[in-house]
Design a protein around this ligand. Structure first.
Ligand code: COA
Length: 176
């Protein structure tokens, strides 16, 4: 269940690492970008909430059953935070769900592919986890392509009320 001792993971061009309080500027910049937030369940945070969140996530030492944790995606060349990966596990630690965001200036350069691939390796080291899933808005082409590129298969379609709008979500799953 513990995997924080496996971090950071260097997977060119990113460093997957714990988030830090010092990431607050970069974190707020992409989390406040409406294009990045468009299909995400999280809400924009103010600076105080972001600092508190980063402080909490800087102390992550493993999966938290029934809760989301977030890991930082840093640009390996500069150390700058450029996105994050969320991981949620069920209470039995058998099923995980992931979410991911990359700041617009870093998109289209393989950052999310590398970070999600490294996250899947971390989850594979947790013996009880059998399945990883990703849920994406049906209109979110980059997210769908990323999941399919990393071996996820579409296993369902669900209707959701999201940000005041009725929409279709695709459920993708991959054995772990
Ligand atoms: C979905 C999202 C995380 C993808 O991030 P990204 O870093 O741009 O993804 P990647 O760069 O790994 O892949 C995107 C493209 O870059 C291309 N690319 C360029 N260089 C690449 C490289 N070295 N390695 C892999 N892909 C590369 C890929 O071909 C890919 O193109 P395609 O999607 O047309 O096939 C990003 O669009 C995002 O943050 N969106 C907003 C948040 C969101 O909606 N998240 C999903 C909800 S869970």
């Amino acid at each position: 269940m513990l995997f924080a001792d496996r971090l950071p993971v260097h997977r060119k061009p990113v460093l997957l690492r714990l988030l830090r309080p010092a990431d607050v500027e970069a974190f707020l910049a992409y989390r406040s970008d409406p294009e990045v937030a468009r299909y995400q369940g999280w809400s924009t945070m103010d600076r105080a909430a972001a600092s508190e969140f980063l402080e909490d996530m800087s102390g992550v030492d493993g999966l938290r059953p029934g809760e989301w944790i977030q890991l930082g995606i840093a640009d390996a060349a500069t150390g700058t935070l450029c996105g994050d990966v969320g991981i949620h596990c069920d209470e039995a630690l058998e099923r995980a769900e992931i979410g991911f965001s990359v700041a617009r200036p870093f998109q289209g350069r393989g950052y999310a592919s590398a970070a999600v691939s490294a996250t899947l390796d971390l989850l594979q080291a947790v013996p009880s986890i059998r399945c990883v899933r990703g849920v994406t808005d049906a209109r979110n082409g980059p997210s769908i392509r990323l999941l399919e590129r990393l071996g996820f298969a579409k296993t369902g379609v669900q209707v959701a009320d999201f940000k005041g709008e009725r929409c279709a979500e695709y459920v993708y799953e991959r054995a772990c």
